[in-house]
Design a protein around this ligand. Structure first.
Ligand SMILES: [Zn+2]
Length: 93
């Protein structure tokens, strides 16, 4: 059933649309920023177990956030971090 719901999202939104759920994109940023409440975080984590578009999105945004943080701190960005983001983006397209 879970897979069917995901398929339905794809059908409705098209394969290119990866942000299936508006609410979890909002939650995603709060979780990434450490501003989510425990309930929000629990909800989000159980959601990404079932929702691969959101999981991918979370993985990518987490990596991008890491790159931004390193850049802000004027630290070297590891090559493998960049290539892992590229890989994830390619997997999704
Ligand atoms: Zn989702």
């Amino acid at each position: 059933m879970k897979a069917t719901i995901t398929n339905l999202y794809y059908k409705l939104l098209g394969k290119k649309q990866r942000y299936c759920c508006k609410d979890c994109v909002k939650n995603l940023y709060q979780v990434l920023d450490g501003e989510a409440t425990k309930d929000q975080e629990d909800y989000f984590r159980s959601h990404i177990n079932e929702c691969s578009p959101c999981f991918n999105r979370y993985e990518i945004d987490k990596s991008v956030k890491e790159v931004i943080k390193l850049k802000v701190e004027h630290k070297e960005v590891p090559e493998n971090l960049i290539s892992s983001i590229k890989n994830k983006l390619n997997q999704n397209s």
